[in-house]
Design a protein around this ligand. Structure first.
Ligand SMILES: NC(=O)c1ccc[n+]([C@@H]2O[C@H](COP(=O)([O-])OP(=O)(O)OC[C@H]3O[C@@H](n4cnc5c(N)ncnc54)[C@H](O)[C@@H]3O)[C@@H](O)[C@H]2O)c1
Ligand SMILES: CCCCC/C=C\C=C\[C@H](O)C/C=C\C/C=C\CCCC(=O)O
Length: 283
């Protein structure tokens, strides 16, 4: 590894992405940027909020879990100061609540620069809910975010990162609806990236595609697989190969946020490697 890359990792505490350019220094690209993170109070969303804060951003934490949100806010206040975060009780299935959350964020923290569409559920038994939270709400939040961020309507641009999954690139046989939502998120992200470029929104759109990550989504999974629970053993083979830490996924977020050459990409974050998906080119 190049010595300057090693030095950057030592100084930032960040891991290197094989084959990718070394990350820019912290506290520059993200300093005082205003980020909205959905599903922010635990799991991957919490790790996203933490890495954003460590790199100087201000973060609005949106989640339906009020109790966890209030206690996380107390922890973050001690670490970063109370003015750096805002907890907002917000169900991403509610247009009204999302609109209110963006207004409150802009009022308290400043104009929104970054949106992380991260809230998600996995429940094959309640499959309509899974589609509603994982896909419909990503579209809903994105369109409201555009009203704030789109350069063509007075915004100052920014970056929108959607948490998809490896299951948005390769089917997870025990979770057909979850898989469909994550394929949908990847497709929506790529289409938005292309139309943002064509229409001059000034917004980059990228998808984050982790493999299995140690979070509550893996708890009580057999009930939530519904009629496909008998296939869990086959999925377990992948889980047994290794489960990511949430902090490793957050490193992927940082790459997508700070590498301003990336638009319409899907970054695969796995235990063994992190790499950009190579999509077929339509000719
Ligand atoms: N854990 C994994 O293996 C894994 C892998 C790839 C992708 N993902 C994706 O990462 C994202 C985060 O999942 P996680 O693993 O951290 O799970 P998690 O259950 O730990 O966190 C999900 C968060 O979303 C919140 N949430 C759920 N419904 C919501 C709603 N309607 N409105 C607002 N907030 C809501 C929850 O309260 C929770 O805080 C999801 O989109 C998930 O699909 C997870
Ligand atoms: C034991 C049953 C587990 C059921 C799945 C539970 C949660 C999964 C959430 C993730 O979004 C799934 C992520 C990836 C699955 C797709 C491909 C596996 C690739 C594994 C790897 O190489 O890391």
């Amino acid at each position: 590894m190049d010595s300057h890359v090693t030095a950057a990792i030592q100084s930032t505490g960040r891991v290197a992405f094989k084959g990718l350019r070394p990350p820019p220094p912290p506290h520059m690209a993200l300093q005082d940027q205003v980020a909205v993170v959905t599903g922010a109070v635990q799991g991957i969303g919490r790790a996203m909020a933490e890495i954003l804060l460590r790199n100087g951003a201000k973060v609005a934490l949106l989640d339906v879990n009020e109790a966890a949100g209030k206690s996380l806010k107390e922890v973050l206040d001690k670490q970063h100061g109370p003015e750096r975060t805002l907890f907002l009780s917000c169900d991403v299935e509610s247009e009204e609540q999302i609109r209110a959350a963006f207004q409150r964020t802009a009022g308290a923290l400043g104009a929104v620069d970054i949106v992380c569409n991260n809230a998600g559920v996995l429940n094959e038994a309640e499959w309509e809910k899974t589609i509603s939270v994982n896909l419909v709400a990503v579209v809903r939040v994105t369109y409201i975010a555009l009203e704030h961020m789109n350069k063509m309507s007075g915004g100052r641009g920014g970056v929108i990162i959607n948490t998809a999954s490896m299951a948005g690139l390769f089917p997870l046989l025990s979770c057909p609806v979850y898989t469909a939502t994550k394929y949908g998120v990847v497709g929506f992200t790529r289409a938005m990236a292309a139309n943002s470029t064509a229409l001059g929104f000034g917004i980059r759109f990228n998808a984050l595609c982790p493999g299995f990550v140690q979070t509550d989504i893996l708890d009580n999974i057999y009930e939530r697989l519904g009629q496909f629970s008998q296939l869990s053993a086959e999925t377990q083979v992948f889980v047994d190969k290794g489960v990511l830490k949430t902090s490793e996924v957050a490193e992927g977020l940082l790459e997508l946020l700070t590498n301003d050459t990336k638009n319409g990409e899907a970054l695969q974050v796995m235990c063994s490697s992190q790499k950009y998906m190579k999509f077929p080119v339509f000719t």
